[in-house]
Design a binder for this molecule. Structure first.
Ligand SMILES: [Fe+2]
Length: 306
């Protein structure tokens, strides 16, 4: 079988590039890496310090060998909460975004997620970040959603995030048409979320040998379209993985109708409410594109907006 040449992956990006040009590249599938931004380096170091404190261990990658599953999961839970609520974390993330040219009053952000992928299932828990193959846009329905990912501790090819760049604009079978955030929330409220997936995912395996691992260093930051196909990889049998991820929507992308191709998202919901203004905390529910100006080709036309 003749295969197309693989697209270039992981391009070092300049923080002072015009953000609109950067958006066009990201929505065409480019994977941009910002190396050692000062604010990001400080944020990563801060999160690493808090992680070691939460686990009371100087080597989080192997801490599960010294902690029982409940103690490990409890420490990770405390770290995740601290990360999501620490004013210094939010301020440093804002500084990072401003370094890249995004004014806080034009950027809508999701929460900052601390992720851990322990070696053994009992240490992972439900939120232990062995995420199946998916596009974020299957759940959000937002073509101009951007994802940000950064390692807090060193990663390797068998403990990191992986992407399928060549499937960026190729439809793959998935359950976005039947998965429901409302169902997940209802089951969580009722106390029995187990058994219902946290997100829509592929319903037919994609070739693992085509997956490209993200091999960047703590202090680096990866920017990619929410429409990229990606997953966790946790096949290291000795060491855990720790990372930071979040998502954003830039109002200028919405206004300009920029977005990634939505080639196989079948969900009917658009989750603007996942996002809030980085400046004011105003809900992103106000972000719905004007009806007279739907983003051309974004896949949003005709969708229910909430
Ligand atoms: Fe994701």
């Amino acid at each position: 079988m003749i295969r197309a040449a693989p697209p270039p992956v992981f391009e070092d990006a300049a923080p002072d590039e015009d953000p609109a040009r950067r958006s066009r590249r990201v929505f065409a599938g480019d994977l941009l890496v910002f190396r050692r931004l000062p604010a990001m380096a400080r944020l990563t170091e801060h999160l690493n310090t808090r992680l070691c404190a939460a686990l009371n261990d100087p080597d989080p990658e192997t801490a599960e060998q010294r902690l029982d599953p409940a103690a490990f999961r409890s420490g990770i839970g405390a770290w995740r909460t601290a990360l999501a609520t620490d004013p210094l974390v939010r301020a440093t993330w804002r500084e990072t975004m401003e370094t890249l040219g995004y004014r806080a009053d034009s950027l809508f952000v999701d929460r900052l997620n601390g992720r851990s992928a322990a070696v053994r299932p009992a240490w992972r828990g439900r939120r232990g970040s062995i995420v199946p193959v998916h596009r974020d846009t299957w759940g959000s329905g937002i073509a101009m959603q951007v994802n940000w990912w950064a390692p807090i501790r060193p990663v390797s090819a068998d403990r990191t995030m992986v992407l399928w760049p060549h499937l960026f604009a190729v439809p793959v079978e998935n359950d976005s048409g039947t998965w429901s955030l409302e169902t997940l929330r209802a089951r969580t409220r009722a106390g029995h979320p187990d058994g219902y997936p946290l997100l829509p995912s592929v319903t037919r395996p994609v070739p693992d040998e085509d997956a490209v691992p993200v091999l960047i260093d703590p202090g680096d930051l990866l920017m990619f379209a929410g429409a990229h196909l990606h997953a966790s990889r946790a096949t290291d049998t000795e060491r855990a993985r720790f990372s930071l991820d979040t998502r954003s929507v830039w109002r200028a992308d919405l206004d300009a109708g920029r977005g990634a191709p939505m080639v196989d998202a079948a969900g009917g919901e658009v989750q603007w409410a996942w996002f809030e203004s980085l400046e004011t905390g105003e809900t992103g529910a106000t972000l719905s594109p004007p009806p007279e100006r739907p983003p051309a080709g974004s896949g949003l036309e005709g969708r229910r907006r909430n």
